[in-house]
Design a protein around this ligand. Structure first.
Ligand code: ZN
Length: 352
């Protein structure tokens, strides 16, 4: 279980877990009866997942429940304006609590709900997430210490951007901790291994596990009639989230996803995508880094050596501007995710 531990440690220590800042709530109608809700970050800047609502003739499926119970309550109220049909299914694409912590709110509103995930996702949500929620208030002390010492958790001096992030997170922590005092991490109660078909009434939905990537159990949702694909954090826009996953598998899983005939792609965070261009950019980045890391591993280099030499021999600047453009925040997030990718790729290639 070496991999799982690495994932948990990385996720627990990462300040901004998923993506660049999102400040407003937006709803995008993807097709008749299908909506994507994009959520503002929590007051402590912790991001919240995108949520997709799929309404059939008989029932409703929701994909990912967000981080804050107050956000999930807002979404439930919105869903009730759209339809009188019950949310019969909630899918957690993976275990990260910004995709799962709203589960209990949905179960209160719709007591017959089935909460669905892969087996690895269910295990981590049940066994790991409750502790993270319980210990969330400890962030105040940790962040204050980082600001006081001027050193990031990895021992390096804080950059100006990191300092501002920690200050913002600390300033907004109290309302999040207050919400989490009453929050309960409800785990999924229905698991699947490879495929699950859900009949919402005149609206077929296919839930699939196409391979590991962002976590050991990422599920995707495909709507064959509407050609809509919902990816969870296997795809995060505009900068990919590559902390602690399985980069070698991730590239293959994205290639398997690309085989699906999709015209609309809903990433785990960020804008709705209208073609596969971005998906293939992420595949190209993963494959290029994996190949470069493999070369270094074949030369018997240590991780520290690879972290030092790879960015010098690799055309990081081109990739950075492709994903992050000229935005300072996104450039900083790209550099963090890029370093995390090298680490995760090294770990996976070294241990296989
Ligand atoms: Zn996420």
């Amino acid at each position: 279980m070496k991999h799982a531990c690495a994932i948990l440690l990385v996720a627990a220590s990462t300040l901004r877990a998923d993506t660049t800042a999102t400040t407003t709530r937006t709803v995008t109608r993807l097709a008749d009866g299908i909506y994507e809700i994009r959520h503002p970050d929590a007051p402590d800047t912790f991001p919240q997942s995108n949520t997709t609502v799929i309404i059939g003739d008989k029932a409703v499926l929701v994909v990912d429940s967000g981080l804050l119970p107050s956000t999930a309550r807002e979404d439930v109220a919105q869903i009730r304006q759209w339809t009188g049909k019950p949310v019969a299914y909630l899918l957690n694409t993976h275990w990260h609590f910004d995709h799962t912590l709203g589960n209990a709110t949905y179960a209160e509103a719709f007591p017959a709900i089935q909460i669905v995930s892969t087996r690895p996702t269910q295990k981590v949500v049940a066994e790991y997430n409750p502790g993270v929620v319980a210990r969330y208030s400890e962030r105040a002390q940790r962040f204050q210490k980082i600001l006081d010492t001027g050193k990031a958790p990895d021992g390096r001096p804080l950059t100006e951007g990191q300092r501002k992030d920690y200050e913002r997170s600390l300033a907004g922590l109290a309302p999040v901790v207050a919400e989490f005092k009453t929050a309960r991490q409800l785990p999924p109660n229905v698991v699947f291994d490879r495929e699950l078909s859900i009949d919402l009434g005149n609206r077929p939905v296919e839930v699939r596990f196409l391979g590991r990537g962002n976590t050991a159990g990422d599920a995707v949702v495909y709507l064959p009639n509407e050609k809509i694909l919902i990816t969870g954090d296997l795809l995060v826009h505009p900068v990919p989230y590559l902390f602690g996953g399985f980069p070698v598998d991730h590239a293959k899983t994205l290639r398997a996803m690309a085989e699906l005939d999709a015209r609309t792609i809903v990433p785990g965070h960020g804008d709705v995508l209208r073609d596969k261009t971005y998906l293939f950019h992420v595949v190209a980045l993963l494959e290029a880094v994996n190949a470069a890391v493999e070369n270094e591993v074949n030369l018997s280099k240590t991780l520290d050596e690879v972290l030092d030499t790879l960015p010098k021999s690799f055309d990081v600047g081109t990739w950075r501007s492709k994903f992050a453009g000229s935005s300072k925040d996104e450039i900083e997030f790209f550099d963090t995710t890029f370093e995390a990718l090298i680490k995760a790729s090294y770990t996976q290639i070294k241990t296989r």
